[in-house]
Design a protein around this ligand. Structure first.
Ligand SMILES: C[S@@+](CC[C@H](N)C(=O)[O-])C[C@H]1O[C@@H](n2cnc3c(N)ncnc32)[C@H](O)[C@@H]1O
Length: 187
């Protein structure tokens, strides 16, 4: 059932008809590499995935995952903050995924933060080709999460509506601090 699946899988379902073979897509938060692997399959052998993470452990985990599937060739894994995306990506991109929060199974203290997330979103929006997308999952129950969520929401509210459509998917009857999905598309 669609609404009862993992949020990351929901995003994958949304993106399957949107990502085209040969696209260049950014995974802004590689983590354990599950999204990177999904993207590497979706872009096909002529496509490219560029992944960022500030944790060496995340880059290593992802490298192993992609290597075991024989897909490392179409992926560049960059051990740096996504806020420096403009130092690595110079061509228009088909899309980008941001899966905010901390590395599952890793330190809960190493989290994505409002300032670098917004810097990265600004630069990524600028890199999007026409029709290109950004997906953001905001897990915001941890310390610092609410501040980041509010910054993301303000950024998306203020994004030029002649150039971008922005949207928000919110669970209404889930307890706690249910994650939020934000979607952006360049017109
Ligand atoms: C929720 S996890 C991502 C999960 C991942 N998409 C997966 O499939 O396993 C968030 C990741 O963002 C990383 N991160 C935190 N700050 C970052 C930054 N400024 N730039 C890039 N990655 C960052 C963390 O190290 C963590 O691995």
């Amino acid at each position: 059932m669609f609404l009862n699946t993992k949020l990351t899988e929901m995003i994958h379902e949304i993106l399957i008809p949107i990502i085209k073979p040969g696209d260049t897509i950014v995974d802004a938060t590689v983590g354990n590499g599950f999204d990177t692997l999904f993207l590497a399959k979706a872009v096909g052998h002529q496509g490219k995935v560029i992944g960022f993470d500030i944790q060496e452990k995340a880059i290593e985990n992802a490298k192993k995952r992609l290597g075991s599937e024989g897909l490392l060739e179409r992926v560049s894994l960059i051990h740096d903050s996504h806020s420096n995306i403009d130092q690595y990506v110079f061509q228009p991109i088909g899309g980008a995924m941001f899966n905010l929060g901390y590395l599952p199974g890793g330190s809960e203290e190493i989290i994505t933060k409002a300032e670098s997330t917004i810097k990265a979103l600004e630069k990524t929006a600028y890199l999007l080709s026409r029709g290109g997308f950004i997906t953001i999952i905001s897990y915001w129950g941890h310390p610092g999460g609410k501040e980041e969520k509010e910054a993301v929401e303000q950024f998306l509210n203020e994004l030029d509506n002649k150039a971008f459509i922005t949207a928000k998917f919110n669970f209404l009857n889930r307890s706690g601090s249910p994650p939020i999905i934000y979607l952006v598309q360049k017109l």
